[in-house]
Each structure stands twice: as structure tokens, then as C-alpha cells.
Design a protein. Structure first.
Ligand code: 5FU
Length: 259
């Protein structure tokens, strides 16, 4: 069984500055919690992020669900990222030919390459999607996660598709920093695993989302980061909920370290 490394050791082994920084933040703040910030009003979203900032290592955005997007929102989000020390992950799920994703990543209304530290991509188009994204000049030296598995019922990212995705990650480690997955797919300490579909109780929503607990995801399945949306922002006290997920996620990691 491979030895489980602490976050500081992982940081030292990472040649990519984004994963290095991520593991340093995780060590310093003792958190493997990513907030899935899926509110549609920018003022409410910034308030949520400011309140939960102390407990998280990443804010994951869906920038295209904001009803009132502005440059000012990006400015304030970036200020909060500096204030609380977290990385910004835009969950755009690029999934087109290389030439198209170049424009989707760098241009349009959102100019994602100017502000995101982390992005992600489906591998269904083949390696061209990675080659395209990699060409774009970025502000923060952005790293890319490949969607190797999904949390939703009946998804097709399984078996050979998942394995081919792992291979694409291993072949593109200058830009690919890991996976969206619901299990550990590679022992390489430079590749980070992030898992959505997390709540404090197992269950599902009405539209196919399936939830696992922090201990199932981190201790048993060997993922690195839990991604939590409604479990935090729909809670009566989101800051308190974030604190609970931080503790549950970190305790689950300590349990894996010491088991
Ligand atoms: F790639 C994936 C996936 O497989 N499942 C997901 O749920 C991404 N997600 C995202 O994580 C989804 O788009 C939401 O932004 C978030 C989960 O939110 P929840 O409210 O915790 O269910």
C-alpha cells in the first residue's frame, strides 16, 4: 500500500506552482474543503465567500450562472482570494476542439484565463482540448483538472474512458494537475483528486446528484479535496456548515494518514 503523504510533503513534491500553492494552503489552513459557490447574485455570492473563506482552500465558481456578472465581481473575488488565501477554480468543463476552447478560455464575456487558478475539461474531444487550453497565456499560471469520473447517476465517465483520461493526465503533467473523480485514480503525488457530491449524510437530489460523506470520500476512497455546494450555502448558517465540513474533511484525512 503506498504511503499517504501529508500536505507539506505533497507540496514539496509538486513541480507545478498551482498544486504547490494548493497543498501549502491546505497545510496552513488545515482544510481540504472546496466551496462550490453556486449562487446567482454576485453580492450574495461575495458575502458567502467572505464568511466561509477561513475554512476553505478553494472557491469553485460557475461564472456563467451569475445574473449580474461584472469585472468588479472578479476584482472582489480575487481580493477575497488574497485575503483568505484560497485558489479560484472555474468549473467551466471545457469540452470542444482545441481551437474553440482557446476562445472559450481566454475570450468571450468572462476572460477566465485572466483570473482562474484552476479550470477543468472533459476528455471526450481527445487530447486536443488539453493542447488548446495549454496554449492560452494566463494571469495565474492556471492548472487543469480532467473530469475522469462524475458524481451523477448514470454518467458515462467510467471504465476505459476513465482509464484513458488518467493516461492523458499523466502525459500532460506540465498543465494537467489532477482529476475530478469519485475515487483515487493515480498514485502520483503531483496529481490531485477533487470530489463533488459531498454532504454530511449520503443521499441524492431529484436530478441525479449522488452524495457521499467526507470520510467515505477522503478516508476510504483516497480523494484529496471535497467539493461542497448546497451542503454549505443552503445551511441555516453557512459559515458554521463550512466549519463542520472543514473539520469532517480534515479529520477524514488524518484518519487516512494514521490508519
Ligand atoms: F464534475 C462534476 C460532477 O461530477 N458533479 C458535480 O456535482 C461537477 N459537479 C459540480 O459540483 C456541480 O456543477 C456543482 O457545482 C457542484 C456540486 O454541488 P452540490 O450542491 O454540492 O450538489
Amino acid at each position: 500500500k503506498p504511503k499517504v503523504l501529508g500536505y507539506r510533503e505533497r507540496a514539496k513534491l509538486c513541480s507545478n506552482p498551482i498544486t504547490q500553492r494548493l497543498f501549502e494552503i491546505m497545510e496552513k489552513k488545515r482544510t481540504n474543503l472546496a466551496l462550490s459557490a453556486d449562487l446567482t447574485d454576485s453580492k450574495q455570492l461575495l458575502q458567502l465567500i467572505d464568511k466561509t473563506g477561513p475554512y476553505i482552500c478553494i472557491v469553485k465558481t460557475h461564472i456563467d450562472i451569475l445574473e449580474d456578472f461584472s469585472e468588479d465581481f472578479i476584482e472582489k473575488l480575487s481580493q477575497l482570494a488574497s485575503k483568505h488565501e484560497f485558489l479560484i477554480f472555474e468549473d467551466r468543463k471545457f469540452a470542444d476542439i482545441g481551437n474553440t476552447v482557446v476562445h472559450q478560455f481566454s475570450g468571450g464575456v468572462y476572460h477566465i484565463s485572466n483570473w482562474a487558478h484552476i479550470i477543468n475539461a472533459h476528455t471526450v474531444p481527445g487530447a486536443g482540448v488539453i493542447q488548446g487550453l495549454k496554449m492560452v497565456k494566463t494571469q495565474n499560471g492556471c492548472g487543469c483538472l480532467l473530469i475522469a469520473e462524475m458524481s451523477s447517476a448514470g454518467n458515462l465517465a467510467t471504465g476505459d474512458y476513465t482509464q484513458a483520461t488518467v493516461k492523458m493526465a499523466e502525459e500532460n503533467k506540465d498543465f494537467v494537475i489532477g482529476f475530478i473523480s469519485v475515487s483515487n485514480l493515480s498514485p502520483d503525488p503531483e496529481l490531485v483528486h477533487m470530489t463533488p457530491g459531498v454532504q454530511l449524510e449520503c443521499g441524492r437530489d431529484d436530478l441525479g446528484q449522488q452524495y457521499l460523506t467526507p470520510s467515505e470520500v477522503i478516508t476510504r476512497r483516497g480523494s484529496d479535496v471535497i467539493i461542497v455546494g448546497r451542503g454549505i450555502y443552503q445551511a441555516p448558517d453557512p459559515a458554521e456548515a463550512a466549519r463542520q465540513f472543514q473539520v469532517a474533511g480534515y479529520d477524514a484525512f488524518v484518519a487516512r494518514l494514521t490508519e
